[in-house]
Design a protein around this ligand. Sequence first.
Ligand code: PGA
Length: 310
Amino acid sequence: MMMSFNTTTTASNASCSLASSQKTSVRGVRANNKLRAQKHAIARQNGRRASSLVVCDGTGKFVVGGNWKCNGTIDSIDKLCASLNSGKITADVEVICAPPMVYIDRVQSKLKAPYQIAAQNCWVSKGGAFTGEVSAEMLKDANIPWVILGHSERRSLCGETNEFVGLKTKYALDTGVKVVACIGESLAQREAGDTLNVCFAQLKAIVDCVTEKDWENIIIAYEPVWAIGTGKVATPDQAQEVHAGVRKWMNENVSADVASKVRIQYGGSVNAGNCDELATKPDIDGFLVGGASLDGEAFVKICNSAAHSK
Ligand code: PGA
């Protein structure tokens, strides 16, 4: 199915202003059409019917994140760093590890390339009298290049709203910290048929706050809440369906160029056994891994699943 590309943005200007430059680039549309035509031709050659859900596929580099959450001790974290450093990452992949804040400096001094570091959260504005928080300025000062924002655990346990996550995303980006922005539906929302609407509302709150250029420094992590820490992974087709829907929405609400380049990670019970098959899906551009990222060998295997990416 050929998709018609919108030439205007439909994202409204809510509490934070959207850049007027948020228009579909004609060159991006052409490049995208070409890319899609190539993919469909290859699919036909392979005797497969090109899925109507694949609207443009991701073109960015595969990226795997390890979200260590609130786990570890000095001893276990030193062992994990040693295990990661001794693992062989052979695939062409970007890797980002997010240790607990108190160990971040230690991990940063231990992990070697290609590992990059992320924080698991930061404050919505400039630091100050915000007990227990960490500001984006502090992350920047400490050379932490990435932050995970909007994780479902923070949304559900700490009451972070879509709008709050949008504002945090913009503040971190403006401070020079790149963002892994998490979205995803609960089981009840999926069962009610609301999966895409929930994801789009979460995304819209971010789109309303950032400029088109900001998307160069944002990764979207689609993490169905029902799959997080449950051992119940989304099937590759379930994940692909949402990823393709998200990319199509980005195409219609941001631009064809951003839609094609933005990387969409899947997160939720990814492990060494299921990663290779998930990685073959055209709109899955990486993973955000919780439990399995605490096992160095398993995590390296998940990073190397990038070799299966299409
Ligand atoms: P999980 O967590 O891999 O343990 O399901 C993923 C996440 O919450 O990022």
